[in-house]
Design a binder for this molecule. Structure first.
Ligand SMILES: O=C1O[C@H](COP(=O)(O)O)[C@@H](O)[C@H](O)[C@H]1O
Length: 277
């Protein structure tokens, strides 16, 4: 594995990548819980996102985390009926939340199409859930929120599509241009299903740490453009930034189009993992 000062870690293959994300997440949660008692994670769907949760469940160190005191939200959800296997929340429940016994009150899922009539209602309901959690958190913990409509997010996980979408913010579409709202309803998404609910880019960027997990040569162009400093409207992944850290956790295939300058700086820093927890 190689690390760069830009927060890029390159792993040999997808399995090594998801194991590394899982180990980092466990370490981070132990650290946050030791300081603040409870921790909050924003989950993602997609190939790496769900495989990383399976790797957490399989990691013996998972017992170091008190899973009854971790709050879970989603960066995006597909607007589908309850029980649909394509729901990001259902996949996360099966991969990690159920096996680790996370209590129902810690799981903040987006409303399904059985519960509300339209994707707009689901986005509004999710924004309300977030605002209520933020208000409760402020009362209980007394810290200054980054945004009074949002709880504190310790780690926000993202996958990246081959088109560089993150969450359900697709290039050039209204979702990625949305400002002033915490959530957005997405219609006509280029990746099925067409109706989705997403956190906005502004909301994503309130997280303390944003981790982008990416594997595969079909994602190499998106990763290369995002790390070369492309604009977020064309390359949404380029716009995701944690308040204290932005980590790109990628495999060798996804790193294939990183710029020479970035790879050179990685070579210089190889073996000096100065951003490890
Ligand atoms: O549809 C989605 O796609 C992205 C990326 O998924 P991947 O399978 O290409 O890794 C994912 O991050 C998002 O949560 C999901 O709804």
């Amino acid at each position: 594995m190689r690390h760069s000062p830009n927060g890029v870690s390159i792993h040999p293959d997808p399995q090594a990548l998801v194991s590394a994300i899982a180990a980092r997440l466990i370490t981070k949660l132990v650290d946050v819980q030791s300081r603040r008692g409870e921790a909050t994670v924003v989950l993602t769907g997609g190939s790496v996102g769900i495989a990383a949760l399976e790797a957490v469940t399989a990691n013996p160190a998972r017992t170091a985390v008190d899973w009854t005191r971790v709050n879970f939200w989603w960066g995006d959800e597909r607007f589908l009926p309850q029980g649909d296997p394509e729901l990001n929340s259902l996949q996360a429940r099966q991969a990690m939340l159920a096996p680790l016994g996370v209590p129902a009150e810690r799981i903040h899922a987006v409303a399904t199409s059985n519960e509300v009539a339209t994707v707009e209602e689901a986005a509004a309901d999710y924004a309300l859930q977030l605002a209520e959690a933020a208000a409760a958190e402020e009362l209980a913990q007394g810290f200054e929120p980054v945004d009074p409509r949002l709880p504190r997010f310790d780690v926000l996980l993202l996958g990246v599509g081959p088109d560089a979408h993150i969450a359900s913010l697709f290039p050039e579409m209204p979702g990625v241009r949305t400002v002033g709202a915490t959530t957005v309803a997405v219609r006509d998404a280029p990746k099925p299903p067409p109706e989705r609910i997403s956190l906005t880019l502004e909301t994503i960027n309130t997280a303390e740490e944003v981790w982008l997990g990416v594997a595969g040569d079909d994602k190499a162009g998106a990763v290369g453009l995002a790390l070369a400093g492309a604009g977020p409207i064309q390359v949404p992944a380029a716009g995701a930034r944690g308040r204290t850290k932005t980590r790109w956790l990628i495999d060798q295939a996804a790193a294939a189009q990183l710029s020479r300058r970035l790879l050179d700086s990685e070579q210089e820093h190889a073996g000096t993992d100065d951003d490890e927890e």
